[in-house]
Design a protein around this ligand. Structure first.
Ligand code: MG
Ligand code: MG
Length: 627
């Protein structure tokens, strides 16, 4: 698999772009004419710079308004083409992209266009160059790859081929299977882009909202399966026009790009086992079996406050690490680890973010295979020096620089091996069963990165993005979950620091886990036991309950119980949902307790604005009970 990316897809000056692209493992780049305009060097120098980075130039583009012109525009178009051929020779590339004509004076006619391309092919052949023809979704006469291919077929010249671009085909909902009729050796390059499904002008959509395969909603896998069936084995080139990427980090956008292509071809190879596809064989997407633990980094004082809060929720300190300042709190299937070590990664995480949930442990069938897949997809492996007798638990870096550990059969005994049991506390337990979901907060610009990270490594699906209204601005929220609910993540993207989510990011210097939601089988029983233990829930404004009673036609007796324990309510076709919250611990971290009755599929999103408003009103600095 040969991978390429258009330099316009990422930010930075040309040198920064090339360095980031090469470091991410790409083989080549598409060069846009604009790259010269902003760069004070000759095309030959640009070509040299590209090759110095170990990259090749897979394509020069774009050449516009060529085919089907009347005279005198036709002659001028050929003159322009000759000048671009000069430039390509200097640059050191042999392939030029001609996109379908958008000029109002162009005449149309498949044979006329074919004749123009035949002549262009003759001229290109003299210089050893090739020309590919791409149907723009908004082309004046040609806007469909089937017509572009028919023109190429009739041009009947070996130096003229077709260029396929997933955006142009899929944005117009053209059946990608029609590509299977094109001979693979007549496809000169394949450009890839995804996009969120938005109903808008095609040109505007394409220029501003494209994203990496797997980040949007278009069936790019089906498109690529059809391409693979033709026998095409040339470069797969990302051509992504996205305002956010142009303002983002060249390094991380390049890594995302490379990840998207590896993931895409991995899916294609699995769907098309009969086709020989040149793609590294890696373990399939990893099924997460559950969340084994969440680990907090803290100093002694805050560890004590946090432990106190855990105890009001029915947790008990059940074990101490044999050689570290680490305590395990347990209830039901939930393991919370509090690390107050003065060195190691937990400590540096504490120094940067303050007290925070910096690591999560996921249960998988095979941790080594998980890390192998993550590594192939460009994830950063996490390693740290182990103390005597400690198990090697494979891990990678996650959102906000946090750590994701993978626990399998070999390391499941970590609690017995590394920890020593503390005397039991028989009265602890408030009926919590497990971790329902983890909410991670990030800057809005990073959301696509982490959506691709989670969906490409793990067997998960993403829900459509929803907007959550914060009194100070919008927060975007997207759910990543496994089909059986063993892994549920809600990702929140903050657009400004005045929102609760944005404040959390700013104050914790980019920590990611903003809340943990625990599940219970009986929310009223759990809330009552919490109260006995001194837990102070987030206070819900009384108007909420009148509204929810009217909205769902609730029995007033139920509303009364909700009100008594500050419990939010929601319902969908499948079931009911109950939730209540702790007050904030430190800078906006909190806990949530949920009960799902029936296969309710959501996360109480309609309640989020009420919850956020209540949190903003609550001025107490921590979630601790008084006294
Ligand atoms: Mg294109
Ligand atoms: Mg939640």
């Amino acid at each position: 698999m040969k991978t390429s990316i258009a330099t316009v897809s990422i930010s930075g000056d040309l040198r920064e772009k090339l360095a980031a692209i090469a470091a991410a493992g790409f083989d080549g780049v598409e060069i846009f004419e604009n790259d010269f305009l902003a760069f004070d060097g000759t095309p030959a120098e640009v070509g040299r710079m590209v090759r110095d980075h170990g990259l090749e130039i897979t394509l020069f583009q774009p050449f516009r308004d060529f085919e089907g012109m009347p005279e005198p525009q036709r002659a001028r178009a050929f003159d322009r083409a000759e000048r671009k051929f000069d430039l390509m020779a200097e640059l050191g590339t042999d392939l030029m992209l001609v996109c379908s004509n958008v000029s109002p004076v162009s005449l149309g006619g498949i044979d006329r266009a074919a004749a123009d391309f035949r002549e262009l092919g003759v001229r290109a052949a003299k210089r050893g160059l090739r020309v590919g023809y791409e149907a723009l979704a908004w082309g004046r006469h040609v806007s469909d790859h089937r017509d572009a291919w028919e023109i190429v077929r009739r041009a009947d010249h070996p130096n003229i081929g077709v260029i396929l671009d997933s955006f142009h085909t899929l944005a117009r909902r053209i059946d990608p299977d029609t590509i299977r009729a094109i001979p693979g050796d007549r496809i000169f390059i394949v450009q890839l882009a995804d996009a969120p499904r938005i109903d808008m002008d095609l040109l505007y959509w394409s220029r501003h909202f494209r994203n990496m395969p797997g980040q949007g909603d278009l069936p790019v896998v089906d498109f690529m399966r059809a391409v693979a069936a033709t026998g095409y084995d040339g470069p797969l080139s990302l051509e992504i026009f996205n305002d956010q990427f142009r303002g983002g980090s060249p390094k991380s956008i390049s890594i995302d790009g490379r990840r998207s292509l590896v993931y895409l071809m991995d899916q294609v190879a699995r769907h098309e086992p009969a086709i020989a596809i040149d793609v590294p064989s890696i373990p399939d997407r990893i099924q997460v079996e559950g969340i084994e633990f969440v680990e907090f980094a803290a100093d002694e004082q805050e560890a004590e406050e946090l432990g106190g809060l855990f105890e009001t929720m029915g947790f008990a300190a059940t074990a101490r690490h044999r050689n570290k300042d680490v305590t395990l709190y347990r209830q039901g299937g939930i393991n919370l680890v509090v690390n107050t070590e003065r060195d190691g990664f937990a400590h540096s995480s504490y120094i940067v973010h303050g007290t925070s949930a910096y690591a999560i442990g996921l249960r998988v069938a095979d941790a080594a295979a998980t890390v192998e897949r993550a590594r192939a997809l460009g994830a950063e492996i996490f390693e740290q020096r182990r103390g005597p007798g400690e198990l090697a638990i494979p891990a990678i870096r996650g959102v906000g620089g946090g750590v994701i550990y993978f626990i399998d059969r070999l390391t499941a005994r970590v609690w017995d091996v590394e920890f020593e049991a503390l005397p039991s506390s028989p009265d602890a337990d408030a009926g919590l069963i497990g971790i329902d979901h983890i909410a991670q907060t990030m800057n809005y610009e990073e959301m696509l990165t982490w959506i691709l990270f989670y969906t490409s490594i793990f067997r998960t699906r993403k829900s459509p993005m929803v907007d959550v209204v914060d009194p100070s601005g919008l927060v975007r929220s997207q759910v990543i979950e496994s089909a059986d609910g063993a892994l549920r993540l809600t990702l929140n993207g903050a657009e400004n620091r005045r929102t609760l989510a944005g404040h959390f990011i700013a104050e914790t210097f980019g920590s990611s886990v903003q809340h943990l939601a625990f599940s219970t089988g009986d929310i009223f029983e759990t809330a009552a036991r919490f109260r006995e233990r001194g837990f102070v829930p987030l206070k819900i404004p009384p108007n909420y309950f009148d509204d929810v009673e009217a909205r769902f036609g609730l029995d007033p007796a139920l509303t009364e119980r909700l009100r008594a324990f500050d419990i939010f309510y929601d319902r969908d076709e499948a079931g009911e949902f109950f939730q209540f919250y702790s007050e904030n611990f430190n800078e906006g971290f909190f806990f949530e307790i949920v009960e799902r009755r029936g296969p309710y599929a959501g996360y109480g999103a309609p309640n989020a604005p009420f919850r956020i408003a209540a949190q903003k009103r609550s001025t107490r600095p921590s979630g601790l009970p008084k006294g």
